[in-house]
Design a protein around this ligand. Structure first.
Ligand code: CA
Ligand code: CA
Ligand code: CA
Length: 375
């Protein structure tokens, strides 16, 4: 048999080697592709797992924060209950520093906050004052004027002075319209305008005042009407409520005193009682309450224990006109509160949940929640 020439053998081996090399390359490329696809798949799975984990953690934190905010409410309700027990030294009054609570010398932060799990879970009970400062504790609704209780003819002047204090225009007509909106009858007042759409009963929540104001400011332009009503409500909202009875002289704001005393000056129709006495009396009450440090809500604050005797130190500081005005206005006031606004925040991780509620702590007929909002 004839042997193949050497060059042909070499070319045959070279071809075989190249073929093997090419096949190996293909396998490598396929392998690399598979590896790449598997890597993308693994990264995708990891990403989805991480999102699921974050969602689960968020849900867990949301639930924890919500329960912490509710826990804070139950703590506040328990404190309100303890404050009126027969052995509580603060059972007969409520003031700015001890509003519905007996502090027993503790700091407000200690009583109204909690922190656990390395500060990862916490709650606070408190609110922001009009100046934006956070205040630990609760507020009483008795510090405000109850809109539903100022509908009688002799109380009408309180609406007028309230609007006047805030620089709101057309005070007489606005007062009559609001009273006609609230009173059960359907008889027009002098400047009032009873309408078929009026509620003819008290507001259920303070924000219902906005609807009555929208009616008053209706000029046919919906946006203008809404804006004007909201602007007026924002000027009044810290001074009014729909829940309380009398005004607590220990907790009411300077503005609430000015409204009450200015109204009393007009009701008394006594020329010697100029409205300047109304404001000076309001300021004297406010200053007396602040105590020696001049700050409201601190441990040295003075408190009125009962309305019949007030406080000799305070009375001694009044002029005869102010004393007469105080005497004529006494029926508006109380020294103890029943209904409290409780604002709580629960924190878990980065999640925050809040509760705003109004709570009546009286035992009879039963303690009850008058308003509840979670967010
Ligand atoms: Ca008390
Ligand atoms: Ca009416
Ligand atoms: Ca003080």
């Amino acid at each position: 048999m004839k042997k193949a020439p050497l060059c042909l053998k070499r070319r045959y081996h070279c071809f075989k080697y190249n073929s093997l090399l090419s096949r190996g390359g293909s396998v490598l490329i396929v392998g690399l592709w598979v590896l790449a696809i598997l890597s993308i798949f693994a990264v995708g799975l990891g990403h989805r797992a991480s999102i699921a984990l974050k969602l689960a953690r968020y849900q867990k934190d949301k639930l924890s924060a919500s329960f912490l905010a509710k826990g804070a409410f139950y703590k506040a309700a328990a404190l309100l209950g303890q404050d009126i027990k027969s052995d509580s030294p603060t059972k007969d009054y409520d003031a700015i520093a001890e509003c519905g609570v007996n502090m027993s010398g503790s700091s407000p932060q200690y009583i109204f906050s909690y922190s656990g799990e390395g500060k990862n879970k916490s709650f606070v009970i408190g609110y922001e004052d009009p100046g934006g400062n956070f205040i630990y504790g609760m507020r009483d609704e008795e510090s405000r004027l109850n809109m539903n209780k100022i509908i009688e003819p002799d109380k009408r002047i309180l609406w007028v002075e309230l609007f006047r204090l805030k620089g709101i225009a057309d005070v007489e007509r606005l007062a009559d319209t609001i009273i006609d909106w609230l009173d059960v009858d359907k008889d027009n007042r002098a400047g009032g305008i009873e309408s078929a759409i009026f509620k003819n009963e008290g507001f259920s929540v303070p924000e219902e005042l906005i609807i009555a104001l929208e009616y008053f400011y209706d000029t046919g332009d919906e946006k203008e009407r809404e804006a004007k009503a909201k602007e007026t409500f924002s000027m009044l909202k810290d001074l009014v409520t729909v829940y309380s009875g009398s005004v607590n002289i220990n907790t009411a704001s300077l503005d609430v005193f000015k409204v009450i005393f200015r109204a009393a000056v007009i009701s008394l129709n006594n020329p010697s009682l100029l409205s300047g006495y109304a404001d000076s009396l309001a300021e004297k009450i406010d200053n007396f309450r602040k105590g020696y440090d001049g700050l409201a809500g601190t441990s040295d604050d003075n408190v009125f224990i009962d309305m019949s005797s007030l406080a000799p130190e305070f009375l001694g500081n009044l002029g005869p006109e102010e004393a007469a005005l105080m005497d004529a206005s006494k029926d508006n006031f109380c020294v103890k509160s029943d209904i409290f606004r409780i604002s709580t925040c629960g924190y878990s991780g980065k999640v925050k949940k809040t509760i705003e509620c109004v709570y009546d702590r009286r035992q009879m007929p039963a303690k009850k929640i008058l308003y509840w909002h979670e967010s």
